[in-house]
Ligand binder design. Structure first.
Ligand code: GCO
Length: 457
């Protein structure tokens, strides 16, 4: 199954192979050329938030190594690069003055991709909210959605003509629930009320962003990147099945529903709607403008059971045991079939446009030995998930591309630099990049494209 030629033959010739990163995770240079702090700078500088108190000050030093890193991407033979734009470089205070030097950096990035014939997939928000916006309440404040709209418009006016696709948000599940309810990501809030406000404001910002993008660049494919959970009930019991349904609404329905149907899930609304901010006239129409594509980030399934505790808050679930004992170094269960089950489930529930796998990959922390990194488990992980993707295409699902997470090892949020997701190894002391075994394999695979439809010959 891992023979790249055999695997490649299962994909249409126009299937896009790419690699992905995000600004805060790789750029460093957090105080340069007018950039101001983001919520992740503040969060990572507080003790107890990020492993080892690591921060993004240097990261992969990508800001200074842009041309070399673009050469690296080119050397992997991929056709597309997914990256994110740092709002605190563009409008450092969130509102107010635009920082031309910040735009210049992404100008060079996009031009560098064009010169190398690599498609540019930009994400506008991958979690680095300008810290100044916390003065208003950050994502819990409706004003932030309008600040985001202006930011989106500013970026599009400058870069839109050379992008191949744009996503408004990356993984709102993380910037809403993980950041405002579970307290694991910046700003580290642990409040259902705050999270419910962040939820609606984020959805609204997505919709306002879509409008801003279309105003500037009517022909640019616009999408959103979601990390839907594939939820399995821990057992066949009626209670656990109902718990899984509630979990679906809470973890997925609150994003897919508004964006693709113009409504929040009913059960969610009856449980928590009273604590949401006011949904103003026109909000749901703004949020549900048709999209050209959506991105799925998938790593591992979610398994839940019913929480019997009295007064347990919606969705009232507890974690259920994993089925597979294969785990990556970050402890996530490896279960490729969940990717297939997930795509089938969300397509059955919503009318979805073309889909890109915008992230998939695995944390394995092998070191460089004799100039090489033998990360066979990552290679296997990617191959197995691509095999599931090929099955989905054969079943007729509109899967258009795959981006490996990640191009290179980087700042893994609360895990700091401990967890390595790259297909390229980064030595953080020297910034030397070493293509791992999985990266060499991925290059062989990507080299088979584009080539016309393999099956049709
Ligand atoms: C994500 C992420 C990445 C993570 C990756 C591994 O969107 O969750 O985009 O930033 O590094 O998912 O956890």
């Amino acid at each position: 199954m891992t023979d790249p030629k055999i695997l490649a033959a299962r994909f249409p010739g126009d299937f896009l192979f790419g690699v992905a990163t995000a600004s805060f995770q790789i750029e460093g240079a957090t105080k340069e050329d007018g950039r101001k702090p983001s919520i992740w700078d503040a969060f990572s500088n507080m003790p107890g938030r990020v492993h080892n108190r690591d921060n993004g000050d240097i990261a992969c030093d990508h800001y200074h190594r842009l041309e070399d890193d673009l050469d690296l991407i080119k050397s992997l033979g991929v056709q597309a690069y997914r990256f994110s734009i740092a709002w605190p470089r563009i409008i450092p205070e969130g509102t107010g003055a635009v920082n031309e030097k910040g735009l210049d950096f992404y100008d060079r990035l996009v031009d560098g991709l064009k010169r190398r014939d690599i498609k540019a997939f930009a994400t506008l928000y991958h979690w680095d909210l300008p810290l100044a916006l916390m003065g208003d309440g950050g994502w819990t404040a409706r004003r932030t959605a309008y600040a985001y709209q202006r930011y989106a418009k500013t970026v599009m006016a400058r870069l839109g003509d050379r992008l191949d696709a744009v996503a408004t948000f990356n993984e709102p599940w993380c910037s809403v629930w993980l950041s405002h309810l579970y307290g694991i990501h910046a700003p580290g809030e642990r409040s259902m009320d705050a999270a419910l406000h962040a939820l609606h404001v984020t959805n609204l910002a997505h919709g306002l962003g879509v409008a801003a993008i279309r105003e500037e660049c009517p022909n640019l494919p616009v999408g959103i990147v979601i990390n839907p959970m594939h939820i399995y009930a821990g057992s066949d019991s009626v209670d656990d099945q109902a718990a899984a349904e509630r979990a679906f609404d809470f973890h997925n329905g609150v994003f897919f529903g508004p964006v693709f149907k113009g409504e929040y899930p009913e059960n969610f609304l009856s449980a928590l709607g009273g604590r949401m901010p006011e949904i103003e006239d026109g909000d749901m129409a703004t949020i549900s403008q048709p999209l050209d594509w959506w991105g799925v980030n998938y790593y591992t399934p979610m398994r839940v059971g019913h929480d019997p505790a009295e007064g347990a808050e919606f969705p009232a679930t507890v974690s259920a045991a994993p089925v597979s004992d294969v785990k990556t170094d970050i402890g996530w269960e490896v279960f490729p079939q969940a990717l297939g089950d997930l795509i089938r489930t969300v397509n059955a529930r919503y009318a979805l446009p073309d889909c890109y796998i915008t992230e998939n990959g695995a944390a394995y922390n092998m070191a460089v030995e004799n100039g090489a990194v033998d990360d066979q488990p990552r290679l296997d992980y990617i191959a197995e998930h691509l095999s599931v993707t090929a099955d989905l295409i054969a079943e007729g699902y509109p899967m258009k591309g795959y981006f490996a997470w990640s191009l290179m090892d980087n700042f893994e949020w609360a895990e700091g630099y401990k967890m390595r997701f790259g297909i390229v190894h980064v030595d953080y002391a020297t910034q030397v990049r070493t293509i791992k075994k999985s990266g060499h394999w991925y290059r062989q695979l990507a080299a088979e494209f584009p080539k016309g439809n393999h099956k049709a010959g």
